[in-house]
Write a protein that binds this ligand. Structure first.
Ligand SMILES: C[S@@+](CC[C@H](N)C(=O)[O-])C[C@H]1O[C@@H](n2cnc3c(N)ncnc32)[C@H](O)[C@@H]1O
Length: 274
């Protein structure tokens, strides 16, 4: 499966998140506009775990769902897989990812992960970070089914998402946290418990081989520095300049902090049996 680096649609590129103003923009694109590049709840640490645990080599044919601004794409490409294909529904984000793609065997299509149009059974690795949580339940299942369809037997599916803890969390707490998250990030957000993520993968036929949990600390100073390095200064300067963005980011952090007892980032690597 080869999708060339310039497989763009013919439409004129728009701004991230459709160019909405700070007050209305989805949280991940607001953070991206402010200069943030790592847009997943477990940060670089959990991505590092995921990539190590998946164990990429030069024979792997990799598909990434929702690469966003290409932060993980760069890590995956450094492993020199046989091919890389991003599937990103936001055209502007897809174009940012395409900037990192230099070979004919590397591409990024503008498509939805639930119906990628990519060939069946030709990938050895599918990876998706911080993109299932934002889908309603049926769409989550469709995306997991698409990962299954794309993978060859023995293929690995790696996810990095938000999870509720503990597994027996009160459903009323889940509703409250999901409601507050969705309101603050302006995207429907529905994390699952670790048990429920596992169950969704197993119901599709996957075997969950590895699993880990790290704190959800996306907007905490220490994690920001770990994830962004010196770029933190630019993010801070952009925040100082944009009052609406500042209010949104502080609001998001308040919600993350208020619910830190119940919210974590989870990584899982599942196998499509031979
Ligand atoms: C929170 S961002 C995470 C970006 C990147 N995976 C990362 O971890 O930095 C979610 C990304 O998934 C994309 N996305 C969401 N739903 C999608 C879908 N159904 N198909 C393809 N991309 C999707 C969004 O456009 C966005 O770029």
């Amino acid at each position: 499966m080869v999708v060339g680096p310039l497989s763009a649609t013919s439409e004129k590129p728009k701004s991230l998140g459709g160019g909405l103003e700070s007050k209305k923009m989805p949280g991940h694109f607001l953070l991206a506009r402010l200069g943030k590049r790592v847009l997943r709840p477990g940060g670089r640490e959990l991505t590092g775990w995921l990539v190590d645990t998946v164990g990429l080599d030069r024979s792997d044919r990799v598909v990434e769902f929702g690469p966003g601004l290409g932060a993980t794409a760069r890590i995956l490409l450094a492993c020199e897989p046989a091919s890389y294909t991003g599937v990103e529904r936001d055209e502007t984000a897809a174009n940012v990812t395409r900037d990192y793609l230099v070979k004919d065997s590397q591409g990024c299509v503008v498509a939805s992960a639930e119906s990628t149009g990519l060939p069946q059974g030709e990938s050895t690795v599918v990876i998706g970070e911080a993109m299932l949580t934002m889908q309603r339940e049926q769409r989550k299942r469709e995306i997991v089914a698409e990962a299954w369809r794309l993978l060859a037997p023995g293929g690995r599916y790696a996810i990095h998402e938000l999870a509720f803890v503990p597994d027996d969390v009160d459903p009323a707490v889940e509703d409250e946290v999901a409601g507050e998250l969705s309101k603050t990030i302006h995207v429907g957000a529905r994390p699952l418990t670790a048990a429920a993520w596992r169950q969704m993968l197993v119901e599709q036929g996957f075997t969950v081989r590895d699993e880990t949990i790290v704190p959800m600390a996306l907007l905490e100073p220490r994690r920001l520095i770990e994830d962004e390095g010196f770029r933190v200064l630019r993010i801070a300067a952009n925040l100082l300049r944009d009052r609406d963005a500042r209010k949104r980011v502080m609001g998001m952090r308040r919600v993350f902090r208020r619910h830190s007892d119940h919210l974590v980032a989870i990584g899982m690597v599942a196998i499509k049996p031979e």
